[in-house]
Write a protein that binds this ligand. Structure first.
Ligand code: ADP
Length: 408
C-alpha cells in the first residue's frame, strides 16, 4: 500500500478531508462530515472503487466521532489500515497571527500558541484546534503539520498591515491586518509564475480569490505587498454574506440608534450582509440568473460586487507597478465569465484587455490548467487558475516532514 497524506479542514460543525497518495500527489479519497452534532449529520465520501459519491446519514455527535467515521470509511475501502499508518497529516489553520509565518510541525508548544491566537479568530481557530487534538490523540506517532491561511501575507510592510489606530492596540493586542486565503494564493500564484515562466522571486501579480469569501492580493517579486482582508476575513471585497469594507462608524450607529448588541452586529455583518444583504441571495449563480431576468436587486448586488473588486485592482496596480498578470480563482473567479467581464471591462488604457470570446468559452476548456483570457495585445495577461488549497496543504506538509527528517 502506497504512503498517504491526509489533509484535514475542521470547521465548527464540519470536517473536510482529502487523502493524497504520495505518488504524484493524486487524490485517492475525499469527503466531508457535515452538521456535526445535529440530527441531520451526514458524511459525503468519494474514494471507493468507482469513485461514486456516497452519502451516509449517521449519528455524529462531535468531531471525534466525525474523525472515526472518516477513518472507518477509508479503512473499509482499503485505502488505509488505520490512521497511524499515514505518512503525515496536514491541518488547515486559519489564523497564525504574527507567530507563524510558514507551516510548522505540530507539538504541544505550537498547539498552545495556536490556542493563544483564539481571540484573533474566535470563529475558526477553536475548530481547527479541535481537529488537531483529535488527530493527535488518534495518531500520536504520525507527523502533523499546521498550514496557516495568514502565512502568505507575512511580508506585508508595516504601512500596509497597520491600521491608523493608537499603536498600543497593535503592540499589546496584535490588532493589525493579517490577510487570509493565503494557502490558495500560494498555490495559484506559483502556478501562474510557472505558466509565465518566471522565477517566483521576479513574479508580480494581482490575484482575486472570489468564492463565498472573497479577497484580493498584490504580489511583487514573489512577496505579498497588500491584501484586502484584515484582522479578520470581514474586511475588503463584498462577499456572499460578509459586508467587506464599511465605515466603522456604522457599527456605532447601529449600537446607539438600534440598540443592537455586539453579537447582533457581528451576525449582521458576517451572515446577513454582502450579496445576501443587498439582494437576499448569496449564491452568485442564482444572482446571475435573477439579474438576467431583469431583477434589479440582483443586478445591483452584481454591480456592487464587481465595482468593489475593480476599485481594489486600480489601487493595487498603483503599488505593484505593471504586474505580469491578473489572476481569477475561487468558485466565482473560476466560473463566472460575467463577473470577470464586468471587473475587467474598459481597462485597456491600464494595459488590461479581456478577450470576451475566450472568456465566454472558458467552461469548455480543460479544467485544472491555467487559462489565458486576455487578448494577444493586452500588456498584462489575465489568467483563470483553479485553486486547490488541499493540494497545497499536502505539499507543504510533505515539505515540512521532509525537512524535519533531513535534520533528524
Ligand atoms: P468557498 O469560499 O465556500 O470555498 P467557492 O470558492 O466554492 O466558495 O465559491 C462559491 C461561489 O462560487 C458561490 O457564490 C457560487 O455561486 C459561485 N459559483 C460556482 N459556480 C459558478 C458559476 N458557474 N457561475 C457563477 N458563480 C458560480
Amino acid at each position: 500500500m502506497s504512503k498517504k497524506v491526509l489533509v484535514l479542514n475542521s470547521g465548527s460543525s464540519s470536517l473536510k478531508f482529502k487523502l493524497f497518495s504520495l505518488d504524484h500527489l493524486h487524490v485517492v479519497a475525499k469527503g466531508v462530515v457535515e452538521e456535526i452534532g445535529s440530527p441531520s449529520a451526514n458524511i459525503k465520501f468519494q474514494g471507493c472503487h468507482d469513485h461514486a459519491l456516497q452519502r451516509h446519514d449517521i449519528e455524529i455527535e462531535d468531531h471525534l466521532q466525525a474523525l472515526k467515521a472518516m477513518s472507518d470509511l477509508l479503512t473499509k475501502c482499503g485505502l488505509i489500515t488505520n490512521l497511524s499508518q499515514l505518512h503525515g497529516i496536514g491541518h488547515r489553520v486559519v489564523h497564525g497571527g504574527e507567530s507563524f509565518t510558514s507551516p510548522v510541525s505540530i507539538d504541544q508548544e505550537v498547539l498552545k500558541k495556536i490556542e493563544e491566537l483564539i481571540p484573533l479568530a474566535p470563529l475558526h481557530n477553536p475548530a481547527n484546534i479541535l481537529g488537531i487534538k483529535i488527530a493527535l490523540d488518534h495518531a500520536p506517532d504520525v507527523p502533523q503539520v499546521a498550514v496557516f491561511d495568514t502565512a502568505f501575507h507575512h511580508t506585508m510592510p508595516a504601512h500596509a498591515h497597520l491600521y491608523a489606530l493608537p499603536r498600543h492596540l497593535y503592540e499589546e493586542l496584535g490588532i493589525r491586518r493579517y490577510g487570509f486565503h493565503g494557502t490558495s494564493y500560494s498555490y495559484v500564484t506559483r502556478k501562474a509564475a510557472k505558466y509565465i515562466r518566471k522565477p517566483y522571486s521576479e513574479f508580480s501579480c494581482i490575484c482575486l480569490h472570489l468564492g463565498n469569501g472573497a479577497s484580493i492580493v498584490a504580489v511583487k517579486n514573489g512577496k505579498c505587498l497588500d491584501t484586502s482582508m484584515g484582522l479578520t476575513p470581514l474586511e475588503g471585497l463584498v462577499m456572499g454574506t460578509r459586508c467587506g469594507d464599511i465605515d466603522p462608524a456604522i457599527i456605532l450607529f447601529m449600537a446607539r440608534n438600534l440598540g443592537m448588541s455586539i453579537d447582533d452586529i457581528d451576525h449582521l455583518l458576517n451572515r446577513q450582509s454582502g450579496l445576501r444583504g443587498i439582494c437576499g441571495d448569496r449564491d452568485m449563480r442564482t444572482i446571475e440568473k435573477r439579474a438576467a431576468r431583469g431583477d434589479t436587486d440582483a443586478q445591483l448586488a452584481l454591480d456592487i460586487f464587481c465595482y468593489r473588486a475593480r476599485k481594489y485592482i486600480g489601487a493595487y496596480l498603483s503599488i505593484t507597478g505593471q504586474p505580469d498578470c491578473i489572476i481569477f480563482t475561487g468558485g466565482i473567479g473560476e466560473n463566472s465569465s460575467l463577473v470577470r467581464q464586468n471587473i475587467c471591462q474598459d481597462l485597456k488604457w491600464l494595459g488590461l484587455e479581456l478577450d470576451p470570446l475566450i472568456n465566454d468559452s472558458l467552461d469548455k476548456m480543460e479544467k485544472g490548467r491555467p487559462a489565458e483570457i486576455s487578448t494577444k495585445s493586452s500588456k498584462i495577461k489575465i489568467l483563470v487558475i483553479p485553486t486547490d488549497e488541499e493540494l497545497e496543504i499536502a505539499r507543504q506538509t510533505i515539505k515540512v516532514i521532509g525537512n524535519e527528517k533531513g535534520q533528524g
